[in-house]
Design a protein around this ligand. Structure first.
Ligand code: BES
Ligand code: MN
Ligand code: ZN
Length: 491
């Protein structure tokens, strides 16, 4: 784990020196000192490398003189690029310094917030899940233990970095959970890991099958019944505001492995379905982030944890289950299980907590990947204000959402001949009919209930490195929802 330190500018004696530079830069401060100390090797090197400070551009100058083993220049793009540019530069720098033990970033010309943002990006990009690598050579392992960020105002940079550091911790928790293999991370184990949030001041309640049976969670338990692993629901509460202040609520799909059940999935790529708990993993990391930075909000996080397996005891296509709302569902396809889990948890969350809004996250449909690829999560909402707030927060942190439609005509596809609804609506608009299904478990009988559903099937896992997201579990949604809360629901 890399430590981040903010200090007054002092030329480092060893390791790497990172220079974040905007287009049209002139070397000043530490960069200028280093250039002079190396007899102009840095300015000559940057010139020779064609380094212009373009956004995302990165160049390494090896052993330019003195004791520095390398200088890494990273582009900030056009001057005034703000947080986005600072994050892009931090993310681009990390792979180029990962094999150093120490690095110093000459961030004197960046505002404190951007220096902190650059540090956040370094940490986020440096994430690795290596718990199960026993044979990696020391040479191949990243060595970076300390990054020193040189800034003019140390106190301001530290203050800006403190909440970001808590957010990074939340992101890492989510990435760890999502990366864990499904034999290790099953519902009871995932619930156990939620208990870890207690040390941050989060209240954690774990419910087992008997308790959920009493609550009438027929849909969630129907999914779980094929598995030897017991289901869990975890309720996490963070109280950062007045005791009686209405909370905001986040609900996550936590299918620790989705075989499809009796409607079994094809073998190819089925291992990916270990990340079918990413919605729940994101809610857990978000709660850690909010508590970690002591957000001035009351927030509840609820996750429904099950494993979807085929077995002699598994639910069958054609089964009818009764949800805790009292509505019945004909299970046409046992692979449309996420919505069954969420149906019970959404209804329960709303009626127990009467929240200001509910946002659910779920790797719900392959159809959303077809529609939006891996660039945007699908957003479905019954509330224009909440939808606008989510779009803005997503833009700000680089976790983008794209609003999809809801409507009566789509809802009709869920009509069942035997029950109140069926759990699939056919191939056309598959992610929309899934969202329509969820909306049937948002109760507007006693007035509006702002709700948004984020289908993160295409964004929860990355197959290639991004600026602040190494390939693998992304934790998409932690930064987005933290930002939503910070911008609109605190104080
Ligand atoms: N967990 C899957 C959706 C998914 C697909 C997540 C790809 C991540 C990547 C979900 O439970 C599922 O199986 N959905 C079905 C629904 C269908 C049976 C109506 C799907 O998308 O095919
Ligand atoms: Mn499924
Ligand atoms: Zn699933």
């Amino acid at each position: 784990m890399t430590d981040i330190l903010f200090v007054k500018p002092v030329l480092p004696r060893a390791g790497a020196l990172v220079l974040p530079l905007a287009e049209g830069f002139t070397l000043d401060g530490l960069a200028k000192q280093a250039d002079e100390a190396t007899g102009g090797a840095i300015s000559r090197g940057l010139e020779a490398a064609g380094f212009k400070g373009k956004k995302g551009q990165a160049t390494t100058l090896w052993a330019p003189g003195g004791h520095l083993s390398r200088v890494v220049a990273v582009g900030l793009g056009a001057p005034g690029g703000g947080m986005g540019a600072a994050e892009a530069a931090g993310g681009a720098a990390l792979p180029l310094i990962a094999s150093e033990v120490e690095a110093t970033v000459a961030a004197e010309s960046l505002p404190a917030e951007e220096a902190a943002g650059l540090a956040l990006a370094l940490r986020l990009r440096g994430y690795r899940f290596d718990r199960y690598r026993t044979k990696e050579s020391a040479e191949d392992k990243p060595k970076l233990v300390r990054v020193t960020i040189a800034v003019p105002d140390v106190a301001a940079a530290k203050a800006a970095h403190a909440p970001l550091s808590a957010i990074a911790d939340g992101v890492f928790l989510t990435r760890d959970l999502v990366s864990e293999p499904p034999n290790v991370l099953y519902p009871a184990e995932m619930a156990e890991r939620c208990r870890g949030l207690e040390k941050l001041g989060v209240t954690v309640e774990v419910l087992g099958p008997a308790e959920m049976e009493k609550l009438g969670f027929g849909a969630l338990l129907g999914v779980a019944q094929g598995s030897a692993r017991e289901a869990r629901m975890v309720v996490m509460q963070w109280k950062g505001a007045a005791d009686d202040a209405q909370p905001v609520a986040f609900i996550g799909k936590g299918v620790t492995f989705d075989t499809g059940g009796i409607s079994i999935k094809p073998a190819g790529g089925m291992e990916d379905m270990k990340y079918d708990m990413a919605g729940a993993g994101t809610v857990i990391g978000l709660m850690a982030a909010l508590a970690g930075r002591k957000a001035k909000v009351n927030a509840v996080g609820l996750v429904g944890l099950v494993e979807n397996m085929p077995s002699h005891n598994a639910q069958r296509p054609g089964d009818v289950v009764t949800t805790c709302s009292g509505q019945t569902v004909e299970v046409i396809n046992t692979d449309a299980e996420g919505r069954l889990v969420l149906a019970d948890v959404l209804w329960y969350a709303q009626h127990r907590f009467k929240p200001r809004f509910m946002v659910d996250l779920a790797t719900l449909t392959g159809a959303i990947v077809v529609a939006l690829g891996h660039e945007h999560a699908g957003m479905f909402s019954n509330d224009d204000t909440l939808a606008t707030q989510l779009s803005g927060a997503g833009q700000a942190v680089g976790e983008k959402v794209w609003r999809m439609p809801l409507g009566e005509a789509y809802d009709k596809a869920l009509k069942s001949d035997i029950a109140d609804m069926k759990n699939v609506g056919g191939r056309p608009g598959g992610s929309i009919t899934a969202a329509q299904f969820l909306q049937r478990f948002i109760d507007t009988k006693d007035g509006a209930m702002p709700w948004a559903h984020l289908d993160i099937a295409g964004t929860a896992w990355a197959s290639k490195d991004g600026a602040t997201v190494p390939k693998g579990a992304t934790a998409f949604g932690v930064r987005l929802l933290d930002r939503l809360v910070a911008e609109h629901y605190e104080g």
